[in-house]
Ligand binder design. Structure first.
Ligand code: ADP
Ligand code: MG
Length: 554
């Protein structure tokens, strides 16, 4: 046998094992939760994020904050992933989901301290999560698509404290009209509002059908819902008509120009005639293109690429309205709205590929000219045009409106809502603790820790509103123990209240998704007992900072 030492990994590999790895990951995950915690709820604070280039975002939107702060730690990155999933699945509840995951890990640490093996903890957490979903489904409230009142409350709850404060009611109205217009609610079964039943509907709402456009320079209250598509684009030439009635729309994804405007070196030109010849050849190509467009019968063109001066001139002469550099995603929306086909080859452009709308017109909005496509053949096309005095305001309003849209859509998709202000969390927690007692053994401890993690939501809502969190929690628990399932925090008046009466209502899906992804990530992090990080090949920096970066923060 040789005496050589065994070399398993190269020297620059950093390895953290066992308890250290676990504690370090938990700490990093908890820190992520700490970052967003102060923004929770209507009385939460905002964060100002400054990018390396000096761009500023002021927001209290969980996922926006986490996306912007460039997190490095691998376990912390897993937490950010929860927020992303929450955002894509529901569109709201990002802060809550990250906080629950953080608390699940913090509570798991207590169990680790009393020498309970991670496997037992994860097993208990899994049981608790499953039970929580079941309870949640049982105690959710059923709504029907024409419950406009309830839907409005859902939208308003989503937007409370989001900088949209003064116009909340108006925005809620816009959101509901928009979602109603694009949704497909085929169920005819009529139900009583707020009946507690274990049914889920499958109403269809695709928020991609709602276009959001922003115009700077007017007040926030001028935000409006427009039937049709609004594009932040002006026509390419002043000579073109301002307004086209009976629009026949061509969508093209190639340029109306010669690829290389400079004369390529390959062509050797030795006389002025030759140059003239060459130029007129170029002109002919453009002329042919425009001729093809006109032949198809189109009087409006939206082009994904450029349109050169000569093409603009020819189009104007033919009284065709044209916009260039229209985003691919916008072309797709126009296609859906007007029935136009996006064509890549002018030779193929035919009358049947054209989309139809009653009007295409250029309208001045604040500082910019925009193109309105109204009376589309597909009545489902809608645009929310957000107005505001500055980009920061408009962006924060956009996030608030998106939260509202997400919440209304997801309430309609499942047909289920829950009381907000921490009421549902307290009720779930109470019932889970009860369930835990039926288990006995060490799993019981894990189930109980899971249950108390949910209390972190009302506790933080109270804390962020300057109320005494312990008093509030005690009062909430005693009300729920006395059978008041809807007791929660009313932060319009800073008191414990029946939150349904206070109109604080959220979609069921926010809660079920948050519990599912928080549990999943907490379990994943708990199961890691070894972190092996390779050095970054370029900078020589470790991909993983190990325990050093986080020391002293416990
Ligand atoms: P998230 O990113 O998790 O959606 P928010 O900052 O939007 O975080 O806060 C959502 C929480 O605020 C929910 O628990 C919701 O019930 C609560 N909430 C919203 N409006 C009120 C209100 N008026 N009173 C009490 N709680 C409210
Ligand atoms: Mg929210």
């Amino acid at each position: 046998m040789s005496e050589k030492p065994v070399v398993l990994m190269p020297e620059d590999i950093q390895r953290v094992m066992g308890k250290d790895a676990q504690r370090n990951n938990i700490l990093a995950a908890r820190m992520v939760s700490e970052v967003v915690k102060t923004t929770l709820g209507p009385k939460g604070m905002d964060k100002m994020l400054v990018s390396p280039t000096g761009d500023i975002i002021v927001t209290n939107d969980g996922v926006t904050i986490l996306e912007e702060i460039q997190i490095e730690h691998p376990a912390a990155k897993m937490m950010v992933e929860i927020a992303r999933t929450q955002e894509s699945e529901v569109g709201d509840g990002t802060t809550s989901s990250v906080m629950i995951a953080g608390k699940l890990l913090e509570n798991a640490e207590k169990l680790l301290d009393s020498k309970i093996h991670p496997t037992l903890i994860t097993k208990g957490y899994r049981m608790a999560a499953e039970k929580a979903q079941q309870i949640l489904n049982e105690i959710s409230l059923k709504i029907s698509p024409d419950d406009d009142d309830v839907l409005k409350q859902v939208a308003m709850t989503a937007m409370t404290g989001k900088g949209a404060e003064d116009s909340r009611e108006k925005f809620a109205d816009i959101i509901i009209r928009a979602v109603k217009q694009i949704g497909d609610f085929h169920s005819s079964e009529s139900t009583q509002s707020f009946e507690r039943k274990q049914v889920q509907k499958n109403w269809k709402v695709d928020l991609d059908d709602i276009k959001i456009e922003k115009a700077k320079g007017d007040s926030v209250e001028k935000t409006e819902l427009i039937s049709g598509i609004v594009l932040d684009k002006e026509k390419v030439s002043n000579e073109m008509p301002e307004k086209i009635e009976g629009a026949k729309i061509a969508l093209i994804d190639f340029p109306l120009e010669i690829k290389n405007p400079e004369i390529e070196t390959k062509i050797s030109i030795s006389s002025p005639e030759q140059l003239q010849n060459f130029l007129s050849q170029e002109e002919k190509v453009i002329k042919d293109m425009v001729e093809k467009v006109a032949e198809s019968g189109a009087n409006v063109i939206f082009c994904q690429k450029g349109i050169d001066d000569f093409a603009q001139y020819l189009l104007s002469r033919k009284k065709i309205y044209a916009c260039r550099r229209v985003a691919k995603s916008d072309l797709e929306k126009i296609s859906k709205a007007t029935g136009a086909k996006i064509v890549s080859n002018l030779g193929e452009l035919k009358d049947v590929d054209l989309g139809k709308s009653e009007v295409v017109e250029e309208i001045k909005q604040g500082e910019d000219n925009m193109t309105y496509i109204r009376g589309c053949s597909n009545p489902k096309a809608v645009t929310i045009l957000i107005r505001g005095g500055s980009e920061h305001v408009i962006d924060e309003i956009e996030r608030a409106i998106k939260d509202g849209l997400g919440d209304v859509a997801s309430s309609l998709k499942t047909g289920l809502v829950v009381p907000g202000g921490g009421a549902i969390e307290i009720e779930l927690s109470k019932r889970l603790k009860h369930f835990g007692q039926s288990l006995g053994g060490r799993e019981q401890l894990a189930v109980e820790e899971f249950a108390s993690a949910l209390e972190f939501i009302p506790l933080t809502l109270a804390e962020n509103a300057g109320m005494d969190p312990i008093d509030v929690l005690t009062e909430l628990k005693s009300k729920h123990n006395a059978g008041d399932m809807n007791a929660g925090l009313n932060l319009f008046e800073n008191k414990v209240d029946n939150v349904l009466n206070a109109k604080i209502i959220e979609p069921y899906k926010i809660k079920s998704q948050a519990i599912a992804s928080a549990t999943e990530v907490a379990i994943m992090i708990l199961r890691i007992d070894d972190v092996i990080a390779s050095a970054d090949s370029k900078s020589g920096k470790m991909n993983y900072a190990g325990s050093k970066g986080y020391q002293g923060m416990d």
